[in-house]
Design a protein around this ligand. Structure first.
Ligand code: NDP
Ligand code: X2W
Length: 333
């Protein structure tokens, strides 16, 4: 028998992708999958892509999760803390929500509202020292989707002193699954098709998370909703310090990373090449006119931005090879 895991919020987009990854993972057995309004439904009725998965969604209740070795929480913001508090100390937890990502309680309250639940180990293994910290933790806060894409592009440049941490501008486009599955009128197909829409301009909740994870002091971010189901393409623009080329810094930082690929010179990341994989594709240049650093980062928001990243963290927490059950190759076209 394998390691028993449970998925809470399994009827959502992130939860569905977790179910798919767990089904293909050689060491993990699904012990329970829970939902809220859709409890009682067969998984395959809620997630047609999982046809053949013989499982019924149960109600979200700590007692139903008691014998899992590790629980993935894929709940809306603010819903994780109460449930996590009911799970025994011996149960490992990876929270895909934002409840435990931030160290700064004031920043949490400003961007999310409500009381700050606390701070868990941040779930981005590629940050220096973080892989070891995750492996030693029983509670891990998975990254936000934009935060994963932007932090992987920016953190090595700030750490190496080649990007000014006080002058960073981000424009990032996301597919609609990033917003979750619950019906939202602005996500109606008839309104998003053929349209690009900026939202949360200058006030996105991932800004404090990216600052905390990347070392940036000041960051202006414009998110854009793109008419595609999955994927994030982030353009990170920063004032350079010194003459080191940003591509050389990124290449050195990620030389041994299985999931982060700095593309060959001249090749630029695009979302389609990361879909279905746990990868982040990066490319960097110095703008010909301004000399500013430009890094482009692509991920699958449900892969490296959510469920893939969560499985990567779980592998570390469980003492498994980090890449187990995760794909480094996408499914394009
Ligand atoms: N989508 C993405 O790309 C990413 C998502 N995340 C985070 O992952 C988490 C889940 O996101 P996502 O899958 O997109 O969201 P969805 O809206 O698609 O799914 C939400 C899930 O939570 C359940 N749920 C809703 N309210 C409650 C409640 N009060 N108590 C218990 N369960 C509840 C829903 O159950 P039911 O359907 O039965 O009502 C559903 O299973 C969020 O915190 C999100 O920010 C993080 C990174 C990327
Ligand atoms: C397209 C879209 O609406 N995306 C969401 C991304 C949220 C997410 O995935 O991250 P969290 O876990 O921090 O919520 C947004 O911009 O708020």
């Amino acid at each position: 028998m394998g390691i028993r895991v449970a998925v809470v919020g399994a009827s959502g987009y992130a939860g569905g992708e977790l179910l798919r990854l767990i089904a293909g993972h050689p060491e993990l057995d699904l012990a329970a999958a829970t939902a809220h309004t859709q409890a009682g439904m067969p998984v395959a009725a809620v997630h047609p892509q999982l046809a053949g998965m013989e499982l019924t969604l149960s109600a979200t209740d700590a007692a139903a999760l008691g014998d899992a070795d590790l629980v993935f929480l894929a709940l809306p913001h603010g819903q994780s803390a109460a449930l996590a508090a009911q799970l025994g100390a011996g149960v490992k937890v990876v929270d895909l929500g934002a409840d435990f990502r931030l160290r700064d309680a004031a920043a949490w309250e400003r961007y999310y509202g409500g009381p700050h639940a606390g701070t868990w180990t941040y779930g981005l293994p590629e940050l220096p020292g973080q892989r070891e910290a995750i492996a030693a933790s029983d509670r891990v806060a998975n990254t936000g989707c934009y935060a994963a894409a932007v932090t992987l592009a920016l953190a090595p440049l700030v750490a190496a002193g080649v990007a000014d941490p006080a002058d960073v501008v981000v424009v990032a486009a996301s597919g609609t699954s990033g917003a979750g599955r619950s019906a939202k009128t602005h996500l109606l197909g008839s309104e998003i098709m053929g349209d690009l829409t900026p939202y949360k301009v200058g006030a996105h909740q991932h800004v404090p998370e990216i600052k905390q994870a990347s070392g940036a002091d000041s960051l202006a971010m414009t998110p854009v909703l793109a008419p595609m189901p999955r994927g994030i393409l982030a353009t990170v623009n920063a004032r350079p310090i010194g003459r080191t080329h940003p591509r050389d810094v990124l290449r050195a930082a990620y030389a041994d990373e299985p999931f982060v690929h700095v593309l060959p010179e001249g090749a630029w990341p695009h979302t389609g090449a990361t879909l279905g994989a746990n990868t982040c594709h990066l490319q960097a240049t110095l703008d010909l006119d301004s000399g500013r650093i430009v890094v482009v980062s692509a991920i699958d928001n449900l892969g490296k931005g959510a469920a893939g990243q969560a499985v990567q963290c779980a592998n570390l927490m469980l003492g498994l090879p980090e890449t187990t059950g995760l794909s480094t190759f996408g499914v394009a076209p």
